[in-house]
Every structure is written in structure tokens, then in C-alpha cells.
Design a protein around this ligand. Structure first.
Ligand SMILES: [Zn+2]
Length: 255
């Protein structure tokens, strides 16, 4: 299982569960199997709190993922899943745990709310964690890496729009609309980007004519229904807008 979006801790959990299964499914005559069973019996059946041995650490992972009953039955009956089924099973368990951790973090810290749109942690999401669509696009087309970084920055509220300032300092000073410079202002209102917006509309129209009405959802592909070639087109336009904005700011500041 590649590390991907899983933390090191959960990757270690996966390796330990796999190792324990490997030991338990050795032939009964194997000394390592005998030793594992001998050590496990007091831990499972007598709740023995011995030293923090490697076998004990493995069994702690079994408990952590609520696999005690399943594995105890396998040991007692001597009927094991195939190695492939066990691998698939624990991969799902570890991924679900990671998703639950991400979800809790996103819900606990309001600043991370934005990540709920872009990460595979939405309610109802199950199975292996899928990487963000912009990461996938950058992997497929490395020449779009910079554009994808810009898209990620905007999608996760990691930009430097003036909305993060207080009072009058939050107003966009690049146009004369006297609007707060939010992501929406940048994408849909600021008069400096009218030309780019015409090009963008050509792509967005394809989706809005199919009933998708939230342009921000389409631009960042929050719902995963925009094609990779349109994502490439969108990211090129937005990236040009973002660079243009930076140039306008430096001209304004006289740099
Ligand atoms: Zn503006």
C-alpha cells in the first residue's frame, strides 16, 4: 500500500497487521508461528499486560481497528482469509480511519473547512482515499504543475486576497468597484480580468448547459465531474489571471 495520503502511523499499523497475519498463516510446524501463538494466548484470553513486545504491539493494532473478534475466530478455528482478502480488508480499515481523522480535523478547525471540498473526505465517501483531482492532473501532465498549485492555493484559501485584511484594507484596489477582494471578486467581478473571463465562460458554459450552476464548483472541480482536458484549460486561464494580478499589484506599489 503506497503511503499516499495516509500518515506514517497508519502506514505502520497496516504493516503490523500484515506481518501478524503472515506469522499466523505460517504452517503449524513453523517455530515463528508456534512462538506467535504462545505469546498471543495470554494477551488475548487472559488480558495479560506484559511488556510492550512486538507481538503485543501488533495485537494492540488489532484492537485499535476492532478486529479482535475476527482474528480470534480465525486463530481458534484455524480458517484464515486469503492473504489478498486480508490485505484488501485492512487497507480499507486503515483508509477509513485516516478519512475519519481528516474529517474530525476539518470539522474541529474552521480554517480547514475548505479542505472538505477538495479532499476525499465528504460524507458517504468510503474505500481507499483518492488524491485530490488537481494533484492527479499535475501527475498526469507535469507541465501543468504550477497551474495546479495555483488552483490548490485558491481552493484551499491559501491565497493573499485582501479579504484577509481588516476594514478598508480588504477592498480591491485594482479596480474601481469598491468590493472586498474575495475569491469570488477575483473570479467573477474584478474588471481587470474581463478578457480571461470570456475564455473561461466558454468552458463553464458546457457544464452550466448540463445543469451545473455553481461556477466555483466547476472551476475547482469540487464534484469531480469536469474532464481533465477542461481542468487543464481552466487552470491555464486562472493561473494567467493570478499572475496578472500579482503584476498589477507590483505596478501599483511601484516595484
Ligand atoms: Zn477588483
Amino acid at each position: 500500500m503506497p503511503l499516499g495520503m495516509n500518515s506514517m502511523t497508519l502506514r505502520i499499523d497496516y504493516d503490523m497487521l500484515l506481518m501478524l497475519f503472515g506469522l499466523l498463516t505460517l504452517p503449524i510446524s513453523n517455530i515463528y508461528k508456534q512462538l506467535t501463538i504462545t505469546r498471543l494466548i495470554p494477551i488475548i484470553f487472559f488480558k495479560e499486560t506484559t511488556w510492550d513486545s512486538p507481538i503485543r504491539q501488533m495485537w494492540d493494532r488489532v484492537r485499535k481497528y476492532n478486529l479482535t473478534e475476527l482474528l480470534t475466530n480465525m486463530i481458534v478455528n484455524g480458517i484464515y482469509l486469503t492473504k489478498g482478502s486480508w490485505k484488501r480488508f485492512i487497507k480499507l480499515e486503515v483508509n477509513d480511519k485516516q478519512r475519519a481523522i481528516y474529517r474530525t480535523t476539518c470539522n474541529t478547525y474552521r480554517r480547514h473547512d475548505v479542505c472538505l471540498n477538495i479532499c476525499d473526505v465528504k460524507d458517504g465517501a468510503t474505500g481507499p482515499l483518492r488524491p485530490c483531482v488537481w494533484w492527479t492532473l499535475a501527475k498526469m501532465k507535469p507541465e501543468l504543475l504550477t497551474q495546479c498549485k495555483t488552483m490548490m492555493r485558491l481552493a484551499t484559501d491559501s491565497h493573499d486576497f485582501r479579504v484577509k485584511n481588516d476594514g478598508i484594507n480588504s477592498t480591491c484596489f485594482l479596480c474601481d468597484m469598491f468590493e472586498i477582494e474575495t475569491l469570488d471578486h477575483f473570479l467573477f467581478s474584478c474588471t481587470n480580468f474581463s478578457d480571461e473571463r470570456i475564455k473561461l465562460a466558454k468552458i463553464l458554459d458546457k457544464y452550466s448547459s448540463n445543469g451545473l450552476t455553481d461556477n466555483k464548483n466547476i472551476i475547482f472541480n469540487f464534484n469531480g465531474n469536469v474532464t481533465y482536458s477542461d481542468m487543464a484549460g481552466i487552470s491555464n486561464i486562472i493561473h494567467v489571471m493570478y499572475i496578472k494580478r500579482a503584476k498589477l499589484i507590483s505596478q501599483y506599489a511601484g516595484n
